[in-house]
Design a protein around this ligand. Structure first.
Ligand code: N01
Length: 532
């Protein structure tokens, strides 16, 4: 098959790939998006487990680059469900007429930079070769699922599912004995829904997590109208706040309040619902005293809600709150008051293997009909490393990062030795600590302007300088080390997966500050980059 030539090839048709396609096409470039699924949506195409929702308030979980597009869409609920978000992304694809430039059911397997041609050559599992000057990853931070390699998984005679690869048709769990492994955002959203159908539900839990009440609800017509009126403010929040979303805050440290004042503020955010437990005080992420006040509040709530003191104690988290992703749930703690919902701490009784009739623990076997892996993702780097991407002289990302564990980027967007390769929400960018559409709009706009600069100046390539990577890595590390984040093992550090410990790969300085840095680099004629 001959080569297919484009100005730009983009991987993935989620939020990132769709907007990148739109921007570059508007610029007059020929673009092809390559997408493994048979529809748009990215993680929202795959992640269809019962109860799947987004934890950003829906009115912020959309594009703002086009006022017209923004004003045509109305969210139904405070937190949009997976089907509604998928509907939104299909609406965007239709409104912007994006589908003709997306090739579905195609997976990128390998890409290499040809230094003689100054072009990327991109191979797919459909045996096609695409050639493009610009190669852009929109694979997202959470798309490669993690199924821990338990011995005997294939011998299990019942059904097994991963939350991130849930079947498209309804899975009927009525009257079944279900085991769920993992209680991150996915497991915690899924469990109350599963408990409604299952005869027995057993959570096998490695680490208890902090769960705030979502308090999801239908948006009233007035609230929907208000979101339309607030367009400018919502757009502004994308670039002027640390997380690309407005969150309630007292604007103070917990240490500035007495115990009654602390409780009043925490009661307010608990009752309002959502992620504001993380923002109610300004220093929860850096001050151990404030952090204790907030985390103890959640432990007290757990004791208040769960009648069985033993179960409540098992669910007490003990790491610094917000150093793992804060989770919002609906009736999560409440389901443990039901007799058919149980919990086993894997710290006390670890999994030994999967047997044909259930999960074999060190002490006893939990017999079941269904095993649900809510065990998360090879986050941040997994999807990039799964493809064989080779820069100059055949250097792979694996080689550059030392088997993927020592991430090196400039701004989380680019890498030395990988000319004209861009990562949307790549490692060492603010990515998962933000409202994703906000981070994606900022990245895509920056990449688009960078490409405009190259085209206007008739430049063939742009490439990060090694020294820029070293400085950026140090800036990311210094910032992370000034917070409580590195004290906790999490998927932020890769420690959710045995054998991976790659350091903290997120820029924690806030999306607003990050944007200022990226804009300054661009304004200074792409300081820190080399050109050919
Ligand atoms: O995955 P996770 P997730 N043995 O990695 C456990 C986004 N998201 O899919 O904590 C036993 O958080 C693991 O235990 P531990 C959001 O950013 C958003 O739930 O590592 N257990 C943990 O309990 C989120 O943070 C939304 O000790 C094992 C669980 O599996 C991210 O996606 C909804 C194990 C994995 O939790 C990922 O969430 C869904 C093992 N070998 C997802 N390996 C919303 O917007 C892992 N675990 C609301």
């Amino acid at each position: 098959m001959g080569e297919k030539k484009y100005d730009a090839v983009v991987i993935g048709a989620g939020f990132a790939g769709l907007y990148m396609l739109h921007r570059l096409r508007e610029r007059g470039l020929s673009v092809k998006v390559i997408e493994a699924a048979d529809g748009v949506g990215g993680v929202w195409y795959w992640s269809r487990y019962p109860g799947a929702k987004c934890d950003s308030d829906s009115i912020y979980y959309n594009f703002t680059f086009s006022e017209e597009l923004y004003k045509k869409w109305r969210w139904k609920d405070r937190y949009a469900s997976q089907p509604e978000i998928l509907e939104y992304l299909n609406f965007v694809a239709d409104e912007l007429k994006l589908r003709p430039d997306i090739q579905f059911k195609t997976r990128v397997t390998k890409a290499s930079f040809n230094n003689d041609r100054k072009q990327w050559e991109i191979a797919t599992d459909t045996d096609e070769t695409f050639v493009a000057k610009y190669f852009i990853s929109g694979v997202g931070c959470l798309s490669t699922t993690n199924i821990p390699p338990f011995e005997g998984t294939e011998s299990f005679k019942g059904e097994q599912y991963h939350t991130g690869r849930w079947p498209h048709e309804k899975v009927d769990l009525t009257g079944k004995r279900v085991v769920i492994i993992g209680n991150g955002s996915s497991g915690i959203q899924a469990m109350p829904e599963i408990a409604k159908e299952a005869k027995e539900l057993t959570l096998l839990m490695r680490t208890p997590h902090y769960v705030a009440e979502a308090r999801n609800k239908r948006l009233t017509k007035e609230e929907q109208d208000q979101a339309i009126v607030n367009y400018e403010d919502i757009r502004d929040s994308f670039t002027t706040t640390t997380g690309g979303i407005r969150m309630f805050t007292t604007g103070k440290s917990a240490t500035e309040f007495d115990a009654a004042g602390q409780k009043e503020a925490l009661d307010y955010v608990w009752e309002s619902g959502g992620l504001a437990l993380g923002s109610v005080y300004t220093d929860t992420g850096v001050n151990k005293e404030t952090n204790f006040v907030v985390s103890q509040y959640v432990r007290d709530k757990i004791d208040e809600i769960i009648e069985d003191a033993e179960k409540a104690q098992l669910l007490h988290p003990d790491y610094y709150i917000t150093t793992k992703r804060l989770i919002i749930g609906t009736n999560f703690y409440e389901i443990f008051n039901e007799d058919h919902v149980n919990i086993i701490s894997l710290k006390e009784n670890p999994i030994e293997s999967i047997a044909e009739n259930g999960v074999k623990l060190r002490e006893g076997t939990i017999e079941c009909d269904v095993i649900i892996f809510a065990t998360g993702y090879e986050a941040m780097t997994g999807s990039l490393l799964k493809m064989d991407i080779q820069g100059r002289d055949g250097q792979s990302i694996q080689e550059k990062w030392g088997e993927g564990q020592d991430v090196k980027t400039y701004l989380g967007l680019t890498m030395e030795n990988f000319p004209n390769f861009f990562m949307i929400t790549g490692p060492q960018s603010p990515s998962v600590l933000t409202n994703m559409p906000a981070a994606i709009e900022q990245h895509v706009d920056w990449i688009d302007h960078c490409i405009e600069y190259l085209e206007t100046n008739e430049l063939q390539t742009i490439e990060a300088q090694k020294v820029s990577e070293v400085k950026w890595g140090k800036e990311c590390d210094d910032l992370a080390n000034s917070t409580l984040f590195p004290h906790t093992n999490s998927w932020y550090t890769g420690a959710n997966i045995d054998g991976v410990q790659r350091g903290f790969v997120i820029y924690v300085g806030g999306l607003n500050n990050y944007k200022v840095i990226c804009d300054k680099v661009a304004d200074n004629n792409y300081e820190g980059f080399s050109f050919e």
